[in-house]
Each structure stands twice: as C-alpha cells, then as structure tokens.
Design a protein around this ligand. Structure first.
Ligand code: NAP
Length: 336
C-alpha cells in the first residue's frame, strides 16, 4: 500500500483524493496539508483516517508518507516539489510544473542532483483514450506526416485562483503545449500570441480569448485558441492534418437528443467531467510507477518545455503579437 500525502486540498486535490480512496486499491491518502483549514477539513471530515498537517514541509518529511501529491497554486509548486525530491520521495505535481521557466530548471537541477527521477507532472490528457487514438493514428503512419494542428481550449468560466491574462498560456494552454509535443514528438521553434477584442464576460485582468500560433522545429504549424469565458461549456478540440489523412479528437460519448425541432448534444460545463477517465488512468499509472520505483509519465523536462512555450507567448504578447523564438536550454542527458 503506497501512503500518500496531499498538499493542496482545493478542487483538484479533493478530486485526486476521491479517485485514490475509491478507485485505486494499491494506494491511500494518509495525510493532508493546506493553508485553508476549511479545505483541509473537507478531506478529513470525509476521510477521518487522514492526518491533517499545518506545515506542508512536516507532511513531506513525515515517516507516514511514502510519496507526495502537490495540488496547490502554481507559484507554490517549486517549493513543495523540490522539498519532496530532496526528501527522496516520489512526487506527483499538477500542471503547470511551475509558474516560470527558471523554477522548472531549479526542479530539474534538484532531480539531477538526487540522481534519479522522482517527479511526474499531471499532464493527464496523455491518458485520455481520444488523444491516445490520435497519437496512434500519427505513430502508425496512416495519416502521413503531420503538417498542421488545430486546437481549441474553451472553458465556461475559470475556476480556482483568479485568472489573469498570463494564466491563459501559463496555466490553461500548457495542456495544449504538452499534448502537441507528445503527439508530434517535436519541440517548438517560434511562438506568436494574438489578442483579439476581449469578451465582456472576463475579469478586468484577463484578455480573453487569445490565439497562439506555434511552429515546431520540424516545421509543423500549430494554431491554438484559448477562451476561458466561453460561457457555454468546457469544450476541447484537436485536429491533426497529415499528408494522407486527418485525425480528430472524438467528442465525449453523450447521446444526441432530437426534440422540439432541435438536435441536442450535451457539453459538460466543467473540466472535471470531460477528462474524468483520464484522471483515473493517470493516477493508476503513477501509482504503478511508484510501486516499481521507475517513472514513465510526463517528466520535469516536459514541464519545462511547456513553460518555455508559455514564456514565449507572454513575450510575444508584450511585443504586440510579434513572432518570437521559443528559448530552451539543451535537453539534459538525464532526461534523454
Ligand atoms: P484551488 O481550488 O484554489 O486549490 C488550491 C488549494 O491550495 C487551495 O485550498 C489553496 O488554499 C491551497 N494553497 C495555496 N497556496 C498554498 C500553500 N502555499 N500551502 C498550502 N496550501 C496552499 O485550485 P485547483 O483548481 O484545485 O488547482 C490547483 C492546481 O491544480 C493548480 O496548479 C492548477 O493549475 C492545477 N489544476 C490542474 C487541472 C488539470 O486538468 N490537470 C485542473 C485544475 C487545476 P486557499 O484556497 O486558502 O488559497
């Protein structure tokens, strides 16, 4: 039984807790920490066996925990992830790995110094059966070499921390930055972020929607729409255009209802339902890896590469939407 400590008892922390406690026989949450006593109590009330820690670092050091899950706000990830690595504990960190490229480098340095992989990043779309089918279509060669990717990330409303303009690329689009690299096996060369007229439904600190255009080193064109206040639901699209065919992410299997002169198809309002199966598969996979003490999921390098794309997008936006280079360090031998 793998004993897990959770730091961050907000929306996704509680979702992972429910998955682990009810759907993963080989693991259990034994400890929780969060600056919000109210959020911590939501877990300990539901699962009285879970011990509550005021200080997340005490949870990391505790002999109660074999491994750690970090689901706090983005800018706190680096502190808890590096502390877990230094304590010699496997750590699962929600995306984005950190809020800056430099913080991701610090995490890679801690892991390299520790001498083995301890970190897995929560890029759960890699575990979604639809994305897996798209990847198989590319890898099998049946659609030929990918030439274009069109992707849309629409959210009814932002959840969690108050959403600002930078967070669209740093927080939300990192899913697309990662899945595109995973699908194509390619790294980014250039990025451009374009801001059209903003919706009146966004907070004052958020320009929404935004358009991103990326070019990979192999010459693939990628266009991404991020729209955090689309109102109508959580709606994710991805189409890969290849030399001999196309592969598209399937919509979730919801019934099509015909009534009152309309054909209706449910679009879930929240992200948690859209990728529900992927979150379970991701956690099962991570626990298996922890049991074997050998990690295969998204690495610190993957977290860094996504952060590099996000940082280039911010630079492009501040330069009035110019095309900028995605600046990345050479990949350390450790992550090859
Ligand atoms: P949330 O509901 O705001 O939960 C975050 C929790 O962390 C809150 O209880 C917050 O307390 C607590 N916290 C913040 N700073 C802390 C610190 N220094 N020490 C201890 N606790 C701290 O946010 P969320 O939606 O769950 O998101 C959490 C993380 O998961 C973010 O990094 C987000 O990007 C990621 N996420 C990933 C996905 C995905 O699809 N993979 C989906 C959603 C979120 P307060 O409430 O008191 O501030």
């Amino acid at each position: 039984m793998i004993k897990l400590g959770l730091i961050g008892a907000g929306g996704i922390g509680r979702m992972h807790t429910d998955i682990i406690m009810n759907q993963i026989p080989g693991a259990e949450i034994v400890a929780v920490s969060d600056i919000s006593a109210e959020n911590r109590a939501k877990i300990t009330d539901q699962y009285p066996s879970v011990k509550s820690f005021d200080d997340p670092h005490e949870l990391i050091k505790s002999s109660l925990t074999d491994a750690v899950i970090v689901t706090t706000w983005d800018r706190t990830h680096e502190e808890f992830v590096t502390a877990s690595i230094r304590a010699g504990k496997h750590v699962f960190c929600e995306k984005p790995l950190a809020d800056t490229k430099k913080a991701c480098v610090n995490i890679m340095e801690a892991e390299i110094a520790a001498g083995k992989r301890y970190l897995t990043v929560g890029f759960m779309r890699r575990y979604d059966s639809g994305y897996v089918q798209v990847k198989e279509a590319i890898d099998s060669g049946r659609i030929g070499r990918p030439l274009l990717l069109h992707e849309q990330h629409r959210n009814a409303h932002p959840t969690g921390e108050k959403h600002t303009t930078d967070m669209s690329a740093n927080g939300a689009l990192v899913h697309e930055f990662d899945i595109t690299r995973w699908l194509t096996g390619d790294e980014y060369e250039t990025a451009q972020l374009i801001c059209p007229r903003s919706t009146r439904n966004a907070d004052e600190d958020l320009i929404d929607p935004q358009m991103v255009i990326l070019r990979t080193k192999g010459g693939i064109h990628v266009d991404l729409e991020i729209y955090m206040n689309c109102i109508y639901g959580y709606d994710i699209h991805c189409e890969v255009v290849g030399e001999e065919g196309c592969a598209s992410l399937p919509d979730p299997a919801n019934a099509v209802i015909r009534e009152k002169g309309a054909r209706l198809y449910k679009i879930d309002p929240v992200w948690v339902n859209r990728f529900a199966d992927a979150y379970v598969t991701e956690m099962r996979d991570w626990i298996k890896c922890v049991e074997k003490d050998s990690l295969t999921g998204p690495s610190a390098w993957d977290g860094y590469a996504a952060a590099a794309a996000a940082e280039a997008c911010t630079r492009s936006r501040l330069a009035g939407g110019q095309v900028v280079k995605v600046e990345m360090m050479d990949k350390p031998e450790f992550y090859r």
